[in-house]
Design a protein around this ligand. Structure first.
Ligand SMILES: Cc1ncc(COP(=O)(O)O)c(C=O)c1O
Length: 475
């Protein structure tokens, strides 16, 4: 074992050494257990010899031997005569049920608020392996300030990935690695503002993030209505804007996929006003039972800026995403990125490149897709059972669905209040409307139900609780 491997292994144990002498042994065992459970020490990782680890930690060898023996007995570690001690395989599988035990805010039994993937599906072992491989392979000079566009290795990997999965026209020279769709929006906002743009169009209903981020760049937003096919072209034209933000693969929050006709109309509009469409492909990777809808950008890369991130596919906490802009904006966007933060962290970029190159990203997407499809089916079935007559839409893709409940469940405020009282956090579609639009006139309650982060059992329980709360209100 090299000294760097050794330090990776024992760093996680250092806090345990600070425990009082009397409880140090137990603290050491618990720290090791936690490190394995959390995936920080991945299956197959070889641990230092008890002599080496005791020396590195400054504790007695007996304490380490005891910890190794105890965790071996529990199945966390394995050892072979003369072969040393390593992290066992079985524990990884044993971690899965822990998902449902994740701490929740007190009083909330099920939170259907959309926007979060299942964070327990984050592939810790593969990510840890990518980080280790990258750290071992990076030259010293690779740790200097990165190219503000991003590491060439990652841009190349992303270009292949986005072309293959999303039909994006992705020249690595034109990709900018950013910290998410949020930063992509802000960068573009700054660039548009510098070019004199003061207003951009946003979808209504839509993500409040878009307006907030543009406002931070000094650009105001004008809400534009949707119909069943996407943004209404007439309203778009009448608004006078030359830049519009869209979520065409799975509109947020209504869940519709823009029709082919509407996509063509949108592009025709952009060309006619020499305008720009910002395509936010926030959950375009997940689609269940319909033909893939390719990115709009692939049809006209000079009138569409395309952005996406790993926030839904891996974890929002990674803060990693990408932006592709038309040639005429590329230099200004890169310069903005440079003056903002001198480039994205190199180690994260290199780890993600490694992850993509090895096929781990595709594997992750497949695993999530399987889990989310099952959850979506569970949600649809639970709604049919507990809310007969409800209509569910937006379910072909993404991580959330829209449920329109029959009028007898209204008014909406009362429904939401009762659901909250029974421990179900839920959002109504009207909460994503810009301005003052109220609940539907027919008394129908339309809910935006994020399901990806909930286990099937919790989805069923949440819908049942909601129905009970709603039923209590029906005379
Ligand atoms: C419509 C939409 N786009 C993008 C994002 C994610 O942004 P980021 O990639 O910066 O995490 C969100 C976050 O919830 C969102 O609702």
């Amino acid at each position: 074992m090299t000294s760097s491997e050794r330090s990776a292994a024992w760093e996680v144990l250092v806090p345990a050494v600070a425990a009082p002498a009397r409880s140090r042994g137990r603290a050491l065992q618990e720290a090791l257990r936690q490190a394995v459970r959390s995936g920080r020490l991945v299956a197959g990782t070889r641990l230092p010899s008890s002599r080496d680890l005791a020396g590195d930690l400054g504790v007695s060898r007996g304490l380490v031997t005891e910890a190794y023996e105890q965790l071996t007995a529990e199945g966390y570690l394995r050892s072979g005569r003369g072969a040393g001690t390593w992290v066992g395989e079985a524990v990884r599988a044993a971690r899965t049920p822990a998902r449902d035990l994740a701490p929740r805010p007190r009083g909330v039994h099920a939170g259907f608020v959309p926007g979060t993937p299942d964070l327990s599906l984050f592939p810790r072992p593969a990510w840890a392996a990518a980080q280790r491989a990258v750290l071992a392979g990076l030259a010293h000079e690779d740790l200097g300030y990165p190219d503000p566009r991003g590491l060439p290795r990652l841009r190349t990997a992303l270009a292949g990935l986005l072309a293959r999965r999303r039909g994006v026209v992705a020249d690595p020279e034109r990709i900018v690695v950013v910290s998410g769709v949020a930063q992509a929006t802000t960068l573009l906002g700054f660039v548009l503002h510098a070019r004199g743009t003061r207003t951009v169009g946003v979808e209504d209903p839509g993500s409040p993030q878009h307006s907030e981020l543009y406002a931070a760049a000094g650009v105001s937003t004008v809400p534009l209505p949707l119909d069943g096919e996407g943004l209404e072209p007439g309203a778009l034209r009448a608004s006078g804007v030359r830049c519009v933000v869209t979520t065409p693969a799975h509109q947020f929050p209504t869940g519709i996929a823009y029709s082919a006709r509407r996509r063509a109309e949108l592009l025709a509009w952009a060309r006619s006003v020499d305008g720009l469409i910002l395509e936010d492909d926030y959950d375009g990777d997940f689609r269940y039972d319909r033909a893939p809808v390719g990115a709009l950008q692939g049809l006209d890369p000079e009138h569409v800026a395309y952005t996406g991130s790993v926030s839904k596919s891996l974890a929002p906490g990674l803060r990693l995403g990408w932006l592709l802009v038309p040639e005429r904006l590329a230099a200004e966007v890169v310069e903005r990125k440079r003056t903002l933060d001198l480039g994205h962290p190199s180690l994260d970029q290199a780890a993600f490149a490694h992850f993509v190159e090895r096929g781990d990203y595709d594997r992750q997407l497949r695993a999530c897709q399987r889990a989310y499809r099952e959850r979506r089916d569970t949600l649809v079935a639970a709604l049919a059972e507990h809310f007969p007559g409800s209509r569910v839409s937006g379910i072909a893709a993404g991580l959330h669905a829209i449920a329109a409940l029959p009028g007898r469940h209204g008014p909406e405020e009362r429904f939401l209040a009762r659901a909250a009282e029974s421990g179900v956090e839920v959002r109504a579609l009207t909460q994503y409307r810009h301005g003052t639009a109220g609940a539907a006139a027919d008394g129908e309650v339309r809910l935006v139900l994020g399901y990806a982060h909930l286990t099937p059992a919790r989805i069923r329980a949440g819908v049942e609780l909601m129905a009970k709360a709603a039923g209590d209100g029906v005379p």
